[in-house]
Write a protein that binds this ligand. Sequence first.
Ligand SMILES: Cc1cc2nc3c(=O)[nH]c(=O)nc-3n(C[C@H](O)[C@H](O)[C@H](O)COP(=O)(O)OP(=O)(O)OC[C@H]3O[C@@H](n4cnc5c(N)ncnc54)[C@H](O)[C@@H]3O)c2cc1C
Length: 488
Amino acid sequence: MNAGKLRVCVVGAGVSGLAALKEVLEEGHSAVCLERESAPGGVFTTGVAYDPMRLTVSQYFMAYSSFPPPLEEERRHWFRQEYAAYLERFRQRFGLDPHIRLNCAVEAVSHEADGSFVVEYTQAGKTVRDRFDAVAICRGAFRAEAPRMPDLPGAETFQGEITHTARYKGAEPFRGKRVVCIGMGETSADVTNQISEVASVCYLALRNYPLQSARLAYGGRATNDGYTSRLLAWAPRQQMQEYYGKRVEADLMSGDPHRQLISDWFIKAGFTGKSLQKNDDFVTNLLNGKIRHVPHGIARLEGNTVHFTNGEHVEADVVLCCTGYEESSIPAEWLGGCEIKDVRRLFKHAFHPDFGPRLALIGWTRPFNGGVPACSEMISRYFALLCAGKRELPARPDLEKRIEEDRARGGGLLADPARPHARRLHRISRRRRRARRLRAEADGLPGRSTPPLQAGLRQRHRGHLSSPRPGRRSGDGARGDPPAAGGP
Ligand SMILES: Cc1cc2nc3c(=O)[nH]c(=O)nc-3n(C[C@H](O)[C@H](O)[C@H](O)COP(=O)(O)OP(=O)(O)OC[C@H]3O[C@@H](n4cnc5c(N)ncnc54)[C@H](O)[C@@H]3O)c2cc1C
């Protein structure tokens, strides 16, 4: 690939697009960023944003490495407006605005025989076609325009309203109503919580448990940033489980119902999941009964009745689907119909083997726990260097091998135990266990070897916590029982 200064198109001016634009410009390329909305900022300024919306990782982990938050500011979770203001300062600091064209919706991207890309977009009702040497597609990993709706048998007979969080702008329309919320993600946690404050009754139906965590860790003493550690990503599975297990165990033993409930859900999720659900604002209302947890899916709707899979039923005015969005890669008609259904088939979740280094999808590389901006920033930097010819993608067979290796490693709590650093961690862990045993023996105590963690944890868990019980289902406004929270 020739080294050089290229003409680059960045599609989308959200967190990822802004990172891409800044990195590409800094590497000396010229760039145009096309944004279909009337303001930059993506999710945090347009579309799905609602108030109050708060980040789930601290401002230090939501900042770009090139633009830290005010260092005198205590580590905390910014509200949406604060983060939008940060993004504005970022744009100003790096002079990005002159390169952003608002109200420009990209309709198609095609790869030409000479290796260039033609981007077709609409601006003020006109169609524009422009040619670029490279393209960064930063259109968001989830399609706000494609809310994922669950299959609800009998939906056509339901006399109330069936809606989705995509249309949620505030709790007021739910005042005094009987609401059944389905699903629990970071948005749902906010929405369900807000609705439970004004609804006559608010149910939360969950078929599966999220891998629940808290904004504040270590018993509320610190933000959850500590879980964004390279060490945790490198550690072998057993050690990851040990680490998380110890945290979970400490919470279970804490006597604090909030911490206990989160641990309880973490265990019920089975230590697996694509990412941690870190918004725990709803837990207070779950414990005080404003939110009534129904640990079952919906079997069918009928009139105003919602039937759950365990045979119980409630009356409802609204069924709110908090079921997320269809994952988005690129529209089927872009790049000659090459729809990318699984980003794990891309190198670093960003580079398609067929298109080489000059086409990047930025915003799909996401952490198990932590902020998306840093990931987008790293991929953007790599992309800018690839475009400049200062880096090269691995040759095709190696590229595909590495994609497969990354896929095989899996995400979340899974990591490859065969990697050298993992073996080292095992050794360290063995030495520490031995040292602990020797110390204990020297103190005249029985040496304690570490038991297999999950088994030990589960045993303890059984002894101290009972399952959250669903609240009463009469729909009469009475509060449900909070999950029992026994302490040691
Ligand atoms: C309630 C909530 C809380 C969240 N909290 C956090 C958090 O604490 N930490 C975190 O890391 N993430 C959080 N997220 C996830 C957040 O959505 C992403 O981190 C972030 O939005 C990723 O930025 P992005 O630029 O990749 O995508 P987006 O923000 O979706 O931006 C994509 C941009 O592309 C534009 N676009 C799309 N299609 C086109 C087109 N055809 N032509 C032109 N422009 C187009 C869109 O208008 C948009 O501006 C949260 C999300 C929600 C909903």
